[in-house]
Write a protein that binds this ligand. Structure first.
Ligand SMILES: *[C@@H]1O[C@H](CO)[C@@H](O)[C@H](O)[C@H]1NC(C)=O
Ligand SMILES: *[C@@H]1O[C@H](CO)[C@@H](O)[C@H](O)[C@H]1NC(C)=O
Ligand SMILES: *[C@@H]1O[C@H](CO)[C@@H](O)[C@H](O)[C@H]1NC(C)=O
Ligand SMILES: *[C@@H]1O[C@H](CO)[C@@H](O)[C@H](O)[C@H]1NC(C)=O
Length: 403
């Protein structure tokens, strides 16, 4: 950018007063020396001296660099710099950047500098950035926890290999106590009081933030993992092409759907039979294309869709399990339950304790009521959204698929 502008200033020089010409010559000379010195200071730069100096002029704190590297007069350099900058501002903006295909809001940036996604990898404060990460974990395991379930979580985390990033969402505000576990110092802790798993997931697991992870586990805290090996689990999920999955629940896991009950004769199952009349379509929930929300595992792509479906205000996520199938196609093949790696649901009503006694009702009653309400609100929104879409497309809406 600097070079053409510099060229265009040359014809003007002879009409200026002699002392100004002298000044420009001197400052140019100084600039060349300065550039040379920078070239010496940063021998790895392959740009020409002129290019280096003009780039430096426009982008970094001159005083700082000059003081550190050359000891020459800053004023002279600043003069030529502002001169060139003034010329540039008056020029047409054909050198301005505008890239419509950039992420929204970042159109003014050259695409090469844009980093649209991030991760939870921690880094060192020293050394070469490229050498910070010895391994890049490919799976993200999140738990929404209260300190009272620490033994459960400890048992689960001890099963995670170095391939996992551990992320804990604390709903009880107790975080430092977890440091009694050696692994806690490696984990990411997010503490916001009295929120639900889906509230955290919506806020902290944006698809662009968890982009490097092949699989994302979004688990409750009351799950027994004695018969669960995470690496084996992922092998099976890959083998059977499951984009959304959960481990089977042992039969003593209390009330649950047929679909999520563990079977002893298979590795994985993708459909089931429910009580008569419960499944109008064998390819639809709760007989297929269905896992519960207590221990789901999402592929990166499936999560990118599911995240968008989570409503900011419907924090309990009820009804989400019935809608997950909208994110994968064909859902009855890509959603399933892993039987040979299974868990026990201990049904600790932990979140109920986070409610508040109101109108003579126990805290857990209020929470339960809200869960039910949210379920129907979610279904209503989904139905309305689908209807609006089909109407806008001029298509007769198919009978509601939300329920
Ligand atoms: C400045 O650098 C650009 C590429 O970075 C190159 O095309 C151009 O020739 C260089 N100009 C000079 C004067 O060396
Ligand atoms: C400068 O850029 C704006 C928006 O990018 C454009 O509307 C305008 O016509 C440009 N002006 C010139 C002189 O190129
Ligand atoms: C981590 O993942 C890699 C690649 O899938 C695998 O080869 C390795 O065995 C895993 N590490 C452990 C400890 O299982
Ligand atoms: C949709 O519902 C209407 C009335 O409830 C019924 O007559 C129709 O057959 C249904 N269509 C489909 C595709 O199920």
């Amino acid at each position: 950018m600097g070079t053409p502008m510099r060229r265009s200033t040359v014809p003007n020089w002879h009409v200026r007063r002699t002392n100004e010409t002298m000044r420009l010559i001197i400052t140019t000379f100084v600039g060349i020396i300065f550039g040379f010195l920078l070239g010496v200071s940063f021998p790895k730069l392959s740009l020409s001296k002129v290019n280096v100096s003009s780039n430096i002029f426009s982008s970094i704190d001159l005083t700082y660099v000059e003081d550190k590297h050359s000891g020459l007069s800053t004023q002279a350099l600043l003069n030529i710099w502002s001169h060139l900058r003034g010329r540039r501002a008056r020029k047409s903006n054909d050198t301005e950047i505008w890239v419509p295909t950039n992420p929204r809001g970042a159109e003014r940036l050259p695409p090469g500098i844009i980093v649209p996604e991030t991760d939870f990898y921690t880094r060192r404060l020293w050394g070469l950035p490229g050498e910070d990460l010895i391994i890049k974990p490919r799976y993200l395991f999140t738990f929404t926890v209260g300190y009272e379930q620490k033994n459960n979580i400890d048992a689960a985390v001890k099963k995670l290999t170095e391939n996992f990033t551990i992320l804990l969402f604390h709903y009880d505000g107790r975080t430092s106590e977890w440091d009694e576990f050696e692994w806690s110092k490696r984990a990411i802790h997010v503490s916001v009081r009295k929120q639900t798993k889906w509230w955290y997931a919506k806020r902290f697991l944006h698809p662009d933030i968890v982009a490097p992870y092949d699989y994302i586990f979004i688990w409750d805290e009351d799950l027994g993992v004695e018969n669960f090996d995470p690496e084996e689990y992922i092998k099976l999920v890959k083998k059977h092409g499951l984009e959304i999955s959960q481990p089977g629940l042992s039969p003593d896991s209390g009330m649950t759907w047929q679909m999520t009950k563990r079977r002893e004769d298979t590795e994985v199952h993708k459909d089931t039979e429910e009580r008569p009349g419960w499944c109008t379509d064998p390819h639809l929930p709760p007989c297929a294309a269905f896992v519960e929300i207590m221990a789901p595992v999402f592929s990166r792509d499936a999560w990118r869709c599911v995240w968008h479906m989570i409503q900011n205000d419907l924090v309990h996520g009820w009804g989400l399990d019935f809608a997950l199938r909208k994110c994968v196609e064909p859902a009855h093949e890509k959603i399933g339950v892993v039987d040979s790696q299974w868990i026990v649901h201990q049904t600790v009503p932990s979140l109920g304790n986070q409610g508040e006694a109101e109108k003579g009702k126990a805290p857990w009653e209020g929470v339960r009521e809200r869960c039910r309400n949210e379920w129907s609100m979610f279904q209503d929104r989904m139905t309305a959204a689908e209807k609006a879409y089909f109407q806008a497309m001029g298509i007769d809406p198919p009978n509601s698929t939300a329920r």
